[in-house]
Ligand binder design. Structure first.
Ligand SMILES: Nc1nc2c(c(=O)[nH]1)N[C@H]1C(S)=C(S)[C@@H](COP(=O)(O)OP(=O)(O)OC[C@H]3O[C@@H](n4cnc5c(N)ncnc54)[C@H](O)[C@@H]3O)O[C@H]1N2
Ligand code: MOO
Length: 393
């Protein structure tokens, strides 16, 4: 089987997934979700011409001052009466302008004696410190597009747009299987030949920002019938995620067990380093993603495949991780026949790759805050050369 390019594998993986059903949730509960439908405004914002400052509303176009203070307007107060030329209305931030007023004289630029008001500065420009009605958005206008992520600003916009609830995809359910006879549960004492299973906690941490429900099905021993049973147990989930047992060794049972459990494999082996033995397929209504066991390989493939898959299933229009241009602070060797995803960190002088690029080097991984993307067949790079990075946080 030849090695599949990363971008092709990503689009084949997305094509395996069916979007999750929509649910309607109270707007504050939608933080971190994606919209399944466009959202339009149910009201104008601002609802009227409002003052942006504390001061006085005047008819500056017709009367340069002085003015007679004749009324008051407060946010949430009764509507102020019509303003005649030569009159001023005491006004506060967020309060509606009286009909006829066109500008706000801020109180720092005003001298008031009794009800007589004078401007201390040059003549007021018409429209000064006024927020026109509907200048933020208009009733019926598009506020948020289907497929957009709902972060804090989008939550505020939906609430101001008059919405109580929004249509979002339901949470994805992800089942985790960690394969390997050498693994013991995190925190348990290890005998020679054993190590704590770190992949499931790492992946759960990576998924924790994505509003999905993670079920850790624990450690699966390296035997075919046990691994088949684990797949059957996991098939209730939307995504079955395994780590380890993905390569070509005599104890790598994940692929045959997946097929024996009724799964249909779509691809195996990607043209990337780390992460070559990645595989994906369908089991019932679940998408299966088999990550390599090496912790760094599992981390990098989860960044490039798992997180985009979850985002895609939950309705994201742009599920792939964003990349950014950067400059190298230190040279890099040529790449081989696979695309390199080098663990690196950002400094003021540019990007520096971590000391060990071994796919089991977790101490080096923990120092990284980005991946450098180096296509297969790249020539050696020098300090100062441009590179593409994928930020990790
Ligand atoms: N002859 C070949 N050997 C290997 C190839 C190959 O093409 N030909 N590919 C290598 C590559 S690349 C990778 S990546 C690894 C991946 O192998 P597996 O997915 O089968 O992973 P395991 O053998 O089960 O484990 C690898 C390594 O990671 C440790 N591990 C596994 N699970 C966990 C966990 N949950 N927590 C912490 N550490 C874990 C495991 O102990 C091994 O040390 O295969 C190469 N071999
Ligand atoms: O591809 Mo493996 O993930 O190089 O170590």
């Amino acid at each position: 089987m030849s090695l599949l390019p990363v971008a092709e594998a990503q689009s084949r993986l997305m094509a395996l997934a069916t979007p999750l059903p929509t649910e309607h949730l109270a707007v504050p509960a939608c933080a971190g979700r994606w919209l399944t439908e466009d959202v339009v405004a149910l009201r104008d914002q601002p609802w009227a011409d409002l003052s942006a400052m504390d001061g006085y509303a005047v008819r500056a176009a017709e009367w340069p001052g002085p003015w007679q203070v004749a009324a008051e307007s407060t946010a949430g107060g009764p509507p102020p009466p019509l303003l005649e030329p030569g009159q001023a209305c005491r006004i506060f931030t967020g309060a509606p302008l009286p009909q006829g007023a066109d500008s706000i004289l801020i109180q720092e630029n005003a001298a008031r004696q009794g009800d007589v008001l004078r401007g201390l500065d040059e003549a007021l420009a018409t429209g000064r410190h006024v927020r026109p009605a509907g200048s933020d958005f208009r009733k019926g206008g598009l506020l948020l597009k289907a497929g957009g992520a709902l972060g804090p600003a989008q939550i505020a916009l939906a609430v101001l747009g008059g919405h109580a609830a929004l249509p979002v995809s339901r949470r994805a359910r992800v089942a985790l299987l960690s394969t390997g006879n050498e693994l013991v549960p995190p925190g348990m004492p290890t005998q020679p030949g054993q190590l704590p299973s770190s992949n499931a906690p790492m992946l759960a941490a990576m998924l924790s920002g994505l509003s999905c429900d993670v079920v850790d099905l624990g450690i699966v021993r390296d035997d075919l019938p046990g691994t088949v049973r684990a797949f059957v147990r996991a098939s209730e989930a939307d995504i079955i995620l395994s780590t380890g047992g993905a390569s070509v060794g005599d104890h790598d049972f994940v692929r045959p067990a997946f097929v024996q459990a009724g799964g249909s494999l779509d691809f195996w082996k990607i043209r990337m380093r780390p992460g070559k033995p990645l595989m994906a397929g369908i089991l019932g209504s679940a998408v299966f993603l088999g990550l390599p066991g090496n912790p760094v390989s599992a981390f990098v493939t989860a960044t490039l495949f798992l997180l985009p898959l979850v985002r895609h299933m939950m309705g994201a229009a742009s599920p792939l991780p964003p990349t950014a241009p950067a400059t190298l602070a230190a040279p890099l060797p040529a790449t081989g026949e696979r695309d390199d995803y080098l663990r690196a960190f950002r400094t003021e002088a540019g990007i520096v790759s971590v000391t060990s690029q071994d796919s089991a080097a977790t101490a080096a991984l923990a120092m990284a805050d980005c991946l450098i993307l180096r296509p297969a067949g790249s020539a050696p790079a020098a300090a100062g050369d441009p590179v593409t990075v994928l930020p990790l946080a």
